[in-house]
Write a protein that binds this ligand. Structure first.
Ligand code: FMN
Length: 252
């Protein structure tokens, strides 16, 4: 038997405790991957310190491949990222893109890039010091239209084309992710989560997600007008009660 696929699942949602739809979907994907025999480590970026890149570029000059920061990215995560066969980039959609925590994580992989320029048929790029892990991108959003993931999809496809991912294995985008957990949609939610688990199995077993499985993951749950009416009623209540929908910021 060959070695188990080594997967690093990076979750950039700031939400915890069952409130995160990124986590809800990722848990299923990871469960499917494990069922298919992969060894998966999950990392929640909200529990780690990953400082922004300061562009000193000493990882290219004084200490090639080694970041000047002393934080969890330099000490732990960069090594795990580089050693993985496959990295799952799981992010909530913020302003139609991956969130800042995930973008910071990606920027901090710069020590894995060589400073020299190479002109290729895709344009000028930096070579990667050693082949980057393959990637799966998972994202969730509140609005129901699949097109909201267009900019994120373009971005990650471009990243893959210049070598940041050895291969972009799958893009899993779940719109209307907040509404999906409403009791009225429980049958659809169950099917979406079961299909996400199936996608995890398929990624490990076949290196991709079957069209039918993806169709179940992205299935519409209701007409946008119906979802907007539900969302507006929810916001009216939440505003009246001053509800918190995630964790409050830590006091410094
Ligand atoms: C700062 C911010 C920006 C957001 N931008 C978008 C957006 O552009 N489109 C969208 O459909 N949802 C947007 N959302 C909603 C989240 O994508 C949605 O609530 C998602 O389920 C959050 O994932 P999480 O529960 O894992 O944190 C935004 C939420 C926040 C907090």
């Amino acid at each position: 038997m060959g070695e188990a696929m080594n997967v690093l699942a990076v979750n950039s949602s700031p939400r915890a405790g069952g409130r995160s739809k990124t986590e809800l979907m990722l848990e299923q994907l990871v469960a499917g991957m494990r069922e298919a025999g992969a060894s998966v480590e999950c990392v929640a970026l909200r529990e780690k310190t990953v400082r922004p890149c300061v562009a000193c570029l000493t990882c290219w000059t004084r200490t090639p491949g080694v970041c000047a920061h002393k934080d969890d990215m330099a000490g732990e995560l960069l090594g795990k990222w580089a050693a993985a066969d496959l990295v799952v980039y799981a992010t909530p959609l913020y302003h139609y893109m991956m969130n800042g925590a995930m973008k910071t994580f990606i920027e901090r992989t710069l020590p894995g890039v060589d400073p020299s320029w190479q002109v290729t048929d895709r344009g000028t790029t930096h070579p990667i010091r050693r082949p980057a892990p393959a990637g799966v991108v998972l994202s969730v959003a509140a609005f129901p239209e699949p097109a909201i993931f267009g900019a994120l999809s373009n971005y990650v496809r471009y990243l893959a084309s210049v070598g940041f991912m050895r291969r972009l294995v799958a893009e899993i985008y779940r719109p209307a992710a907040e509404a999906m957990v409403a009791p009225v949609f429980s049958d659809k939610c169950r099917d979406i989560l079961a299909a996400t688990k199936q996608a995890g199995r398929e990624i490990v077993e076949t290196g991709g997600v079957a069209e039918g499985t993806m169709g179940r993951i992205v299935q519409p749950i209701a007409d946008p007008e119906v979802l907007a009416a539900g969302a507006n009623a929810m916001w009216k209540r939440a505003i009246a009660k001053g509800l918190r929908l995630g964790d409050p910021p830590e006091e410094k």
